[in-house]
Design a protein around this ligand. Structure first.
Ligand SMILES: [Cu+2]
Length: 398
C-alpha cells in the first residue's frame, strides 16, 4: 500500500504563480486561491481524519482478532524464528521443517517404505479387526524420530479393507499407559457406546455393519482429540462396494495424509508434540503414510495403460489434502467417497481433513508422475511421492 506523508503539499497550494506582473491582480488571485484551498482542504482534512480513525480501528480490531485467534504463523528457519504464542502464553518452538542429517539420502534409501497396496479382503460375512494401541518411537522423515501414539506399531495404523455389507468386528486392546479409543467414520453407531475410552491394559469389542462404501478415516477420539490424532492415532478403512460396481482397476493404493508438529528437530532425540504448533496449524512435516517423501525414493509402480486407483484419506489432524497427480488428470474422481457417482477428468480433488476420496488415473506414457497435495507448502514439508509408470530410471523432485 502506498504511504502518503501528511506533510506533502496538496496540489491546490503547490501551484500558486511564482511571479505576478500586475500587482492589482494579486489580491484577487490570493483570495481566489484561498477560497479554492479552503474549499478543497477542509473536505480533504475531514476525509484524512476519518481515514486515520478508521485505520486505527481496523488495526485495533486486527490486533484483537490475532490475539484471540492466536494465529500468528511460526514458519521460519530454525534459530531465526520469533516464537509465536497462544493467548494463554504458551510459545511454539521454531520450525524444524526440512531438518536433515548429512546422511539423509542414504537413510531415505534404506527406509522400508510403508506398503501402500490395498490389502486383501477377508472372506465371509464378518471381518475381524484387531487393533492394539501403543506408544512407540517411529521415524517420520529421514533421520527424524517422533514419540508417537499408534494403532498397531505405526502411524498411520493398519489399512483395513472390508466389503460393503460385511459386519466389522473391532477389538481394541490398549497396551499404552493412558486411555485411548477408536472412532470409525464408516460406522453409523452411537459414539458413547462404541467409541468410548479404553483404560490401559483393557480390551473392548464392538461391531458395526459397513453399509456405506468408500474410504474412511478411523482415529482415536479421546480428548484432547487434536493431540491424539497429531500424535499418530489414525488410519484408513476401505469399504469396497459390492462386486462389479466399480470399474476394474489394475493397481490399488491407499494413501493417508497427515501432518506432524514437533517440539524439537527429532534428529538427535525423538521429538514430541508441540501442541501450540498444532493449534496454529504450522506443521514441520506433512506426509503420505506417515513418512516424508518415502515414495520418491521408493515409487509406487504401474504399467502403461494400467488403471491405478488411489484410496485417499486426509487424517489431518487439521490440514486438507488437494490431491493431484502431476502429468495427468484424475480420469474418475469419487469425491467425498461418494461411490454412487464419479466426476470425470478432474485436475485436483479436495480431500478434507477427516474425509476421503477415490481416484482413478490411467497413464499410457512411461514416466515418473508425482502425486502431491497441490497445497504446495505441504509438498515442501514432505507430502510428495512418485508413481513410476513403466520401466523408467532415475527420479525427480517436485
Ligand atoms: Cu488416543
Amino acid at each position: 500500500m502506498a504511504y502518503v506523508p501528511a506533510s506533502r503539499p496538496l496540489p491546490a497550494a503547490g501551484h500558486a504563480p511564482a511571479e505576478e506582473r500586475d500587482s492589482a491582480v494579486v489580491p484577487k488571485l490570493v483570495a481566489l486561491f484561498l477560497g479554492i484551498a479552503v474549499g478543497v482542504l477542509i473536505p480533504v482534512m475531514i476525509w484524512l481524519a476519518a481515514s486515520a480513525q478508521s485505520a486505527s480501528s481496523d488495526a485495533k480490531a486486527a490486533k484483537a482478532a490475532a490475539a484471540s485467534a492466536a494465529a500468528a504463523p511460526a514458519m521460519a528457519m530454525p534459530g531465526t524464528a520469533k516464537p509465536a504464542t497462544l493467548a494463554g502464553g504458551a510459545t511454539a518452538t521454531p520450525s524444524f521443517a526440512g531438518v536433515a542429517p548429512a546422511n539423509a539420502d542414504a537413510l531415505a534409501a534404506a527406509h522400508r517404505a510403508v506398503p501402500a497396496a490395498l490389502p486383501r479382503l477377508q472372506p465371509g460375512p464378518v471381518a475381524r479387526v484387531s487393533l492394539s494401541i501403543n506408544h512407540r518411537t517411529i521415524s517420520i522423515a529421514p533421520g527424524i524420530r517422533y514419540d508417537a501414539w499408534t494403532f498397531g506399531d505405526s502411524a498411520p495404523g493398519p489399512v483395513i479393507h472390508v466389503r460393503q455389507g460385511q459386519t466389522v468386528k473391532v477389538t481394541l486392546t490398549n497396551d499404552a499407559p493412558m486411555p485411548h479409543s477408536v472412532d470409525f467414520h464408516a460406522a453409523r453407531i452411537a459414539p458413547n457406546l462404541a467409541f468410548m475410552d479404553v483404560d490401559p491394559g483393557k480390551s473392548f469389542t464392538f461391531s458395526f455393519k459397513a453399509n456405506d462404501a468408500g474410504v474412511f478415516m478411523y482415529h482415536c477420539g479421546t480428548k484432547p482429540v487434536l493431540a491424539h490424532i497429531a500424535n499418530g492415532m489414525y488410519g484408513a478403512i476401505v469399504v469396497e462396494p459390492r462386486a462389479g460396481v466399480l470399474p476394474h482397476a489394475d493397481r490399488q493404493y491407499v494413501l493417508v495424509s497427515s501432518e506432524w508438529y514437533l517440539n524439537g528437530p527429532g534428529d538427535r532425540q525423538p521429538a514430541q508434540l508441540d501442541i501450540v504448533k498444532a493449534d496454529q496449524m504450522t506443521p514441520d512435516w506433512v506426509t503420505w503414510n506417515g513418512y516424508a517423501g518415502q515414495y520418491v525414493k521408493h515409487p509406487l509402480t504401474a504399467m502403461p495403460g494400467d488403471t491405478v486407483r488411489f484410496w485417499v484419506v486426509a487424517a489431518g489432524p487439521s490440514l486438507d489434502t488437494d490431491f493431484h497427480v502431476v502429468g495427468t488428470l484424475l480420469n474418475r474422481a469419487w469425491v467425498n467417497q461418494d461411490m454412487t457417482q464419479s466426476q470425470r477428468n478432474v485436475q485436483t480433488a479436495l480431500v478434507p481433513a477427516g474425509g476421503g476420496g477415490v481416484f482413478d488415473v490411467r497413464i499410457t506414457k512411461p514416466g515418473l508422475y508425482p502425486f502431491v497435495s497441490h497445497s504446495f507448502a505441504s509438498v515442501n514439508m514432505g507430502q510428495v511421492g512418485l508413481l513410476k509408470v513403466g520401466d523408467v530410471q532415475g527420479t525427480m523432485s517436485h
